[in-house]
Design a protein around this ligand. Structure first.
Ligand code: PA5
Length: 448
């Protein structure tokens, strides 16, 4: 049985009706339906050609295909070391500061928020904060206030070692922590994740004796969540990375089968793209997944957006954004389609209180109902409204929000992204646009 199912809302009716739920795992989406709907016949064959490119490592950027095999070809010694150092930090620290930007933080952040919550409110876990993700003094100051009086470790992550934002943040933190901890203690509290042999961070680590993790040569930033870049902070946050890797391993198996849902999803995106749709909106109904959408935005934006091509990845968390962008989705220019993350198991913890005779809000008919049940009904209503508004809707159904399915989900989207990028004719693994603005900022800064 597939663990992740993709439904094409406008093709096979995505059924929320309780009586039809039993059909969910049986709905099969096939390319013929897509052909009829979007009039673009080539999507599935193009995705299959892309599969071949990945399998034969014959496409552009094929030197960055390392992420494909990470779940089965992981460096065991490094994995053990991640667990060992994360256990030490869990024992000793209140806070882990992760310093990194783009692919060097988004995976860890979305994994941690999805599992530990937006506020990471569990008392037992080390709190993970992210620094070096902007050049805002306000933001840095807030973090500095948060860490006052706390036991702090730092994980600085940069593949190149030269990215401006994390480099500045690392300077600031080293300066502050060197006043707080003696040199031998400071050395223990800084962990560096960077290139195996080269770069400034590697040089400093060698000089100062910092412990290091390696960003593999054949894995680019946005595909690196299942390397120490993501796994180490995730482990420090108390999330079971073994389970994550097991889920990713299962994903590797499932999403290599013939005609699997990852290929169908990639085909749907490609068909929609060639049919004139310009924007893919990633939606969810749980703020714990807002950051997951940020990860998706980077993955798809940097992989596809080149040579004047690519879908623009946007994100909305519902029901919040229904009250701002919902109008446009429903009734605006017909350039966007939705890809919705939907988790089957909903929490049964919080109910609408009963106010008895004193009801002032005329909502007594909802008394005793679970909040997540209301959320599900809202999701159904929005689905129906958007269907009426002619918005193509893809739903990625995930059985449960846990580390296992999270690992699988990462793999699902990484592969779908690489396949769709190849299918529309771009190299999924370079990012010349990113390099360009990094270069322009540097030129200007060198003049001040
Ligand atoms: O995906 C990418 O390659 C980029 O977004 C990088 O992750 C980001 O620019 C940070 O680069 P680095 O890890 O070299 O500091």
């Amino acid at each position: 049985m597939l663990k992740i199912n993709v439904y094409y809302g406008n093709i096979c009716e995505y059924n929320y009706c309780k009586n039809c739920n039993f059909l969910m795992n049986e709905i099969k989406c096939n390319f013929d339906n897509l052909k009829d709907l979007f009039g673009y016949k080539e999507a599935f064959p193009e995705v299959l050609k892309a599969v071949k490119k990945i399998e034969d490592a014959s496409g552009e950027g094929c030197e960055y295909l390392g992420w494909l095999d990470l779940p089965t070809r992981y460096d065991n010694d490094e994995f053990r070391n991640i667990i060992k150092i994360s256990d030490e930090i869990k024992e000793e620290a209140d806070i882990l500061l992760v310093i990194g930007i783009g692919g060097s933080y988004l995976g860890a952040r979305c994994a941690i928020e999805s599992q530990n919550g937006v506020f990471q409110s569990s008392k037992d876990n080390v709190k993970v904060y992210f620094l070096g993700i902007n050049l805002s003094a306000d933001y840095i100051e807030e973090i500095l206030n948060i860490i006052k009086g706390k036991s702090v470790y730092v994980n600085v992550i940069s593949k190149s070692g030269t990215t401006l934002e994390p480099a500045i943040a690392f300077r600031i933190m080293r300066d502050i922590l060197s006043k707080k901890y003696p040199p031998s203690e400071l050395k223990r509290r800084i962990i560096v994740t960077t290139d195996k042999t080269k770069g400034i961070l590697k040089e400093i680590s060698n000089k100062e004796g910092y412990r290091t993790f390696i960003v593999p040569d054949d894995v680019g930033g946005r595909y690196s969540v299942l390397t120490p870049v993501g796994l180490f902070p995730i482990a420090v946050a108390g999330i079971d990375i073994n389970e994550m890797m097991l889920g990713a391993k299962k994903g590797k198996e499932i999403f290599s089968r013939d005609n699997n849902d990852c290929y169908r999803y990639a085909s749907a995106r490609v068909a929609l793209y060639h049919s004139g749709y310009e924007i893919e909106v990633f939606t969810n109904y749980n703020p714990r997944f807002t950051q997951f959408s940020e990860w998706l935005k980077q993955l798809f934006g940097e992989s596809e957006g080149k040579n004047g091509k690519g879908l623009f990845p946007a994100a909305m968390t519902f029901t919040t954004d229904l009250h701002s962008l919902g109008q446009y989705v429903q009734d605006g220019k017909k350039i966007l389609f939705k890809t919705e993350l939907d988790f089957e198991k909903k929490s049964k913890s919080i109910k609408v209180p009963c106010l008895g005779q004193n009801s002032y809000d005329k909502l007594n008919y909802l008394s005793g109902k679970f909040i997540d049940d209301l959320n599900e009904i809202a999701q159904k209503g929005v689905y129906l409204a958007h269907k009426k508004g002619g918005v193509p809707q893809i739903t990625v159904k995930i059985p449960k929000n846990n580390p296992y399915y999270l690992g699988m989900l990462f793999y699902f989207f990484e592969k779908a992204c690489a396949l769709s990028a190849y299918a529309i004719g771009v190299n999924p693994f370079d990012q010349l646009g990113v390099e360009e603005y990094k270069k322009q900022i540097k030129i200007l800064l060198e003049k001040i």
